[in-house]
Design a protein around this ligand. Structure first.
Ligand SMILES: Cc1ncc(COP(=O)(O)O)c(C=O)c1O
Length: 472
């Protein structure tokens, strides 16, 4: 069982006191509840002893005892003899539902409905399936024709690629896991951006890496920090999102790409570029070439955003020896990507330029609509200009993201609080807001946010049942 120290818990709780619930113990309980709901305190984790947490937070022990008591009563903590207080989910919580009950808006996800082209492509793929039914169907690297198509798309993007340099995965998340299994050992350092994609942090934690954070903001990558971190820590890997970084939407300039890869190769660092968002190009600025065109880098791709999150196909582009190592180790994790889904993607890739144009139009409408509404409703928020991606990384001006998230839940709007995208509780001033939804839903979300914003710091938040969802 993993244990959170009082210090770590204190970091995760930063700013909890500002939540002006009627009583301190309720504010503390609320914040701990949010941390359990959004996975920053994983279920099964032992919380610090009451006395230690009280000392860390500089509150009386009675406050912590009462907060733990309230959580216990709500089913969020259990006391295990000899093990202290362990994070739990209430029995009645709809665990891991990905289809929130009607009326709840799930803005924890930066996602879109399926491309309209999908249904017909699935029918064509089903018609092709009989050709494959004589084969065993287990395949660790992917169908040759799909690998060739993916390689061709890289070549068209200016990065000549051979089909042998592509391995088809079950989405980008799986690609991250396969790469970490192959490239890192427990205790290795991993350079990561902050903020970053939360499920990558989870995978890096699970792999036992020590994360070395480098910040990305409205001004882009912190270059001196990037240089220093690479040089001082020689991380085994660097996990980066150079194209429409999630959540900030930033694009890494070409000169930074070349410099970064040069430094990384000198330190023996394998650079992984997650390009899941790369094709979500709204204003069609001329993007730099894919990272691997500037030096050695492993690329991750996916159709999760372009086609649909429900088509679980992604890929890794790397040198042949690494592709071989990944394929050899893969069978401990899974036995290959489903053939039918690969065929669906194979049907869609020839239409991809049209699909991406349609995606860009939808995202442009959402981005422009949400920009205008936010400017009217929240003039004090800093909403960045982004030319791609699915989200705004908004500076709220106050460290209240967790409070706002809790208050919004009570209004039927699920949000991922800023700290979900950081390490150790950073980013309480920030909120990631997706603009990838229809305008009617964006309007409902802003209405809910208006009410929630008025309530931040003013009320005791009602107990909810902790609807859990992945943050993508
Ligand atoms: C940066 C990033 N990487 C990986 C993923 C996971 O993608 P997939 O659905 O292909 O597993 C996401 C999903 O949101 C993402 O934003």
């Amino acid at each position: 069982m993993s244990t959170l120290s009082a210090r770590q818990t204190g970091l995760l709780l930063s700013g909890w006191r500002d939540a002006a619930s009627a009583a301190a113990y309720l504010a503390l309980a609320d914040r701990l509840r949010l941390l359990i709901i959004d996975g920053r305190i994983p279920v099964g984790t032992r919380l610090p002893a009451e006395r230690e947490l009280a000392t860390q937070l500089a509150v009386s022990r009675t406050t912590v005892t009462a907060a733990y008591g309230a959580l216990r009563e709500g089913g969020w903590l259990t006391s295990v003899r000899g093990s202290g207080s362990v994070a739990r989910l209430p029995q009645r919580a709809p665990i891991l539902t990905e289809s929130p009950s009607t009326g709840v808006l799930d803005f924890t996800k930066a996602a879109m409905p399926a491309t309209p082209a999908l249904a017909a492509a699935a029918q064509r793929a089903a018609a092709r399936l009989p050709e494959y039914l004589g084969d065993p169907g287990f395949d660790r690297v992917g169908l040759p024709e799909l690998r060739a198509q993916i390689a061709d798309r890289y070549t068209q993007r200016g990065l000549p690629t051979d089909p042998d340099e592509v391995l088809v995965t079950i989405g980008a998340q799986h690609a991250i896991t396969l790469l970490l299994r192959t490239l890192v050992s427990r205790g290795d350092r991993a350079l990561v951006e902050t903020p970053s994609y939360p499920h990558a942090y989870e995978a890096l934690k699970l792999a036992g890496t020590r994360m070395v954070p480098v910040s990305v903001s409205d001004d882009g990558w912190d270059l001196p920090a990037l240089e220093q971190s690479l040089q001082r820590t020689s991380p085994a890997i660097a996990y980066l999102m150079p194209d429409f970084h999630n959540p900030t939407g930033q694009v890494m300039p070409a000169a930074v790409r070349a410099h970064l890869l040069d430094l990384a190769s000198r330190q023996g660092t394998v650079v992984i570029a997650d390009e899941t968002m790369a094709e979500m190009n709204i204003d069609h600025p001329a993007l730099p070439l894919p990272l691997a065109a500037y030096g050695d880098a492993v690329l991750i791709g996916s159709v999760g955003k372009s086609v649909w999150g429900g088509v679980r196909v992604g890929w890794i582009r790397a040198g042949r020896p690494l592709i071989q190592r990944i394929a050899n180790g893969r069978t401990a994790v899974d036995l290959g990507t489903p053939t039918l889904e690969q065929l669906i993607v194979s049907e869609l890739l020839p239409q991809m330029d049209d699909i991406l144009r349609e995606r860009g139009d939808v995202l442009r409408a959402g981005r422009d609509h949400l920009t205008a509404r936010l400017a009217r409703s929240f003039p004090e928020w800093e909403v960045p200009d982004v030319s791609g991606g699915l989200t705004f990384w908004i500076n709220l001006g106050e460290a209240v993201s967790s409070q706002l998230t809790l208050a919004a839940r009570a209004e039927g709007l699920l949000l991922a609080a800023g700290p979900k995208f950081g390490i150790d509780g950073a980013f309480e001033r920030f909120l990631r807001l997706p603009f990838s939804y229809p305008t009617a839903e964006l309007d409902r979300a802003v209405d809910a946010l208006e009410t929630a914003w008025r309530r931040v710091g003013h009320v005791v938040l009602p107990e909810d049942q902790g609807l859990l969802a992945a943050v993508v």
